[in-house]
Design a protein around this ligand. Sequence first.
Ligand code: OOG
Ligand code: MG
Length: 276
Amino acid sequence: MNTSSAAANPLGMARALPDDVIAHLVDRIEAAQRGATAIAKLTDDFPAMTLGDAYAVQLALLRRWLGQGQRLVGWKAGLTSKAKMDQMGVHVPTVGFLLADFFRPENSVIQTHDLVHPRVECEVAFVTKAELCGPDLTRDQVLAATDFVVPAVEVIDSRFAGFKFDLQSVVADNSSSARYVTGGRARLPADVDLSTLDVVIEKNGEPVATGTSAAVAGHPADAVALVVKVLHGIGQRLPAGSLVLSGGITEAIAVQPGDFVSARFQALGSVSMRFA
Ligand code: OOG
Ligand code: MG
């Protein structure tokens, strides 16, 4: 990836805050993520913060993690469905990075002591086989560059008190990324109609949310194109072999220690986990 400081000054996304304030905000976010502590949203103290500043914080945080030996495995779309946008009160899609450390295997026990207030959401995940870049990829270009799709559950965890934030704050907080679980059945994109997959999230055996994959940007591949477009705006490309989470299809569901969660995807099988 391009991690030069030029990339931290996103193309077309004006910056308002000076570099020392960006560095201070990276410290705040890193401390909240490491300590699993809720903090006030960043715009409370820095109301002039722009979306460009927010992505500068996110990319600086990524550089920091990579410098500590973490590995980037891909990117996620945030707030690509109406259900998610309405739940969070933020109506602009975002991106966040995915580190190898965020991964948890299917059917594993996910600890909550190192999370603030986790929520689960079900998403179609893409694994790419060719580089994707640019501001206006088509659905077909995304599908042609897709190696396979696989069902996923993302465990999001806002570091902001009450899980309440605005666009700038959530982007700086890496779009609430925390954990993700892939599982079920991997399929070739040509073998499934990705626009009409029904999904159900079950918690402790009860259905708690239902939706259909068209909810994310009209088609999950369009959500991937959106991710690539935002990446283009912040000077990044999506390399071959990336994992992309295309965004929560339904509203996110809060989980507590002891909860058993299973997300069932039409044609893709299910992804289950327990929280402790
Ligand atoms: C922001 C992250 C949203 C999704 O799939 O929409 C997200 C949040 O809701 O905390 O990951
Ligand atoms: Mg998500």
